[in-house]
Ligand binder design. Sequence first.
Ligand SMILES: Cc1cc2nc3c(=O)[nH]c(=O)nc-3n(C[C@H](O)[C@H](O)[C@H](O)COP(=O)(O)OP(=O)(O)OC[C@H]3O[C@@H](n4cnc5c(N)ncnc54)[C@H](O)[C@@H]3O)c2cc1C
Ligand SMILES: NC(=O)c1ccc[n+]([C@@H]2O[C@H](COP(=O)([O-])OP(=O)(O)OC[C@H]3O[C@@H](n4cnc5c(N)ncnc54)[C@H](O)[C@@H]3O)[C@@H](O)[C@H]2O)c1
Ligand code: SF4
Ligand code: FES
Length: 811
Amino acid sequence: MNMREKKKLVMVGNGMAGVRTIEHVLKLAPDTYEITIFGAEPYPNYNRIMLSSVLAGGADMQEIVINDWDWYTENHIHLHTGDAVTVIDTTNRYVMSESGVRAPYDALILATGSNPFMLPLPGANKEGVIGFRDIHDCNLMMEASKKYSKAAVIGGGLLGLEAARGLLHLGMDVSVIHINSYLMERQLDEPAAKLLQKELEAQGMKFLMQKQTSGIVGGRRAEGLQFADGTELSADLIVMAVGIKPNIELAKSSGIEVGRGIIVNDYLETSIPEIYAVGECAEHRGIAYGLVAPLYEQGNVLAKRLAGLDAPGYEGSVTSTKLKVSGVDVFSAGYFNESPQTRSLRIQDDIEGTYKKIVLQDDRLVGAVLFGDISDGAELFSKIKSGECVAGKEKELLLGYPAGQPAGGNSQSARLEAMANDEIICGCNGVTKGTIVDAVRNGCSSVGEIKSCTKASGSCGGCKPLVAGLLELYGDGPSGEPVKEGICGCTTLSRDEIVESIKTMGLKSVKEVIHVLDWNQPEGCSKCRPSLNYYLGMIWPTEYRDEKESRFANERYHANIQKDGTFSVVPRIYGGVTSPADLKRIAEVAEKYEVPMVKFTGGQRIDLLGVKKDDLPKVWEELDMPSGHAYGKTLRTVKTCVGSTFCRFGTQDSISMGIRLEKAFERLNTPGKVKLAVSGCPRNCAEATIKDLGVVAIDGGWEIYVGGNGGVKVRAADLLCTVKSEDEVMEWTAAYLQYYREQASWNERTAQWLERVGLDTIKAALSDAEERQALAERIKETLSHTTDPWKEIIENKELRKNFESLQGVQV
Ligand SMILES: Cc1cc2nc3c(=O)[nH]c(=O)nc-3n(C[C@H](O)[C@H](O)[C@H](O)COP(=O)(O)OP(=O)(O)OC[C@H]3O[C@@H](n4cnc5c(N)ncnc54)[C@H](O)[C@@H]3O)c2cc1C
Ligand SMILES: NC(=O)c1ccc[n+]([C@@H]2O[C@H](COP(=O)([O-])OP(=O)(O)OC[C@H]3O[C@@H](n4cnc5c(N)ncnc54)[C@H](O)[C@@H]3O)[C@@H](O)[C@H]2O)c1
Ligand code: SF4
Ligand code: FES
């Protein structure tokens, strides 16, 4: 067909929903239209969703372009960017732009999106008060972060929290002002929102809840906020994220019927013939959507209409959302609030930090909220959309695996394999498992290729791990390229690369590392999660909050699980020295809780074996002794010999030296477990030379041995140094342990580490007095933030509950 015979299709708005519609039109009716697009922004079509990631350092501006300039040229599209349409002449069928471009149309699409809703507060027009909608806003925030330090975000919804996270990443002190009593009330219920707030507070975000802003103070530039209750907050940058308003002004002034948005029917037709509206600016059956998935569905329907195909209309969408804040997994879909017609099932695990609620109506799933573990999101959302009957399967949906089956078979690949072909993997683009599997079978061999071919993972990116999982499951495996060995199968990054990235990029949580460093499994695995938890705690001793869910079961329960499911309890007995009173108490507790066995350990401690899980907090409480940490990668014991107080050979007081060491370094997190010993003379009765660090008294001083091991592979320790005083023993031990903490890989015992790096390297690092003292200072700082885990659980009702049998299931 000749170009001149083509119909003229004009689109106002060069954003996500509009251009997606055009892409479909080009596929369905490549020769029907001569296309002209006007965009008010001076850019080609870009992924607005990813602005949050740009702000948070997870992507750069170049990466977010969806269709570059060449795409428009290749598809013969006349593009006018940085030029807003100001007039629609609906009688003579043309539009006119700000710069005076006149474009006649046969069909006109309005895809003008939304504008951020700016609260009409006194002072809202001051410099430094912005919305968060486009590249310009994003640049303003990045610039402001270089000059100013305090940011206030008004609105604790999806956008506000993503903006706040980005500003935190940029080093600002960020307060979120929220009008409601809990965050994201449009997407979450209260328990999930409270968990979210706690998690974000741990990342450094501050919250002012139930606060109504009454004004913005300052001179030309904003300097702070005033609230209705008379309080104030100082801020150099104020971001308003209190919702959006469909951009309807152009339509309204052209006589097109509008409500909250531009009113459209099921075929996206407005009140004026040949004028259509799609995306956030459109109001369909009373709803103006603010997420891309429904907008893309609208785009599909409109493209078919424009291509002249006889296809069903758009009937509205059920939506799902995910908050794109690294380190926090939140998912919500459908109708998640209870009503007299619904019933809900909930499960909450405070140790794992997870929450899950499903809402049912007439035996159908109508809504879900997930926090902490969102791996069931895709499946639940599919069930909500399909409206299938789930009677009898409610608990299965809640627990995420068939009731009665162990969760072990619940790996991502097992789930993906079990999914039906019509289940949606990419919510944003409505791409099913079947479509992705077909793409893989037709030769797509990377997530990028699958994205080009199916669009899956091309919008918010939240489904990338599932797409990668399907590729692994149904692809041909590695393409022969050399694969770099990572710390586990989830990444190709080495231990050192990860530690370096955590430091330089300021990553503060396991999930953030997984997200920013692009792990191929969204939840990580049992190998990388505990190691990341360790590295984060080692690097950020003051601010990092230990992630219990990233620890092995023994460390989560602060007791070693035994063959029969019971636990062993080893209280701390410093230096192996006890008292009649402590022994009596141990005996009474053992009798009261019918502990089947009381045994001395190889490290001179008393082990109560066979304690029931429910009894653990009570046993700890009644023992009233600190945890002996017999279960963790930490300082286990300091074994001592009798020493000079009673032994006639003893030259030094090994017991008091041992107790001093144990009291100084108990509770320390280390890459592998650490055992110490102190002997009072070279006869070495405490076997100090097969310990991670052993101290042996000699005439006039002490020898310090390192890297010994008495386990599977016996290794005699090497002499690190000889010192004169107890204080020097303390300093060298502190420096050695901290150097090991900073340099070793997680799960690497000192013996393996020493063999890997060599004794000379360690000696060189510690021989400099200044460096040694700096290491000792760092360990001191770390230790000042540790607490006794047993005590913490005894005193915290919520944590205590996790030791009761299956908690939190409410039907
Ligand atoms: C920071 C951020 C994060 C988001 N994250 C998510 C997410 O994770 N998941 C999700 O589903 N959604 C998310 N959204 C929402 C999503 O980006 C929007 O739903 C989507 O972009 C809407 O597409 P649209 O084409 O309707 O509007 P837009 O993408 O806003 O495009 C409209 C375009 O029209 C232009 N325009 C307006 N008037 C005129 C005129 N008169 N002449 C010419 N051009 C005009 C505008 O300048 C704009 O470029 C996010 C939004 C933001 C701001
Ligand atoms: N991850 C995602 O899916 C994502 C991310 C960003 C944005 N978006 C979309 O962008 C749009 C805008 O997001 P949003 O968060 O601004 O809208 P929203 O309507 O979801 O949330 C606005 C929040 O601001 C609060 N609020 C309203 N008035 C306030 C006031 N005076 N003071 C303090 N708080 C006030 C509300 O209680 C509400 O929780 C939405 O359509 C959203 O879906 C989605
Ligand atoms: S190591 Fe020396 S001091 Fe200690 S108990 Fe043995 S002989 Fe006595
Ligand atoms: S779910 Fe957002 S890109 Fe796939």
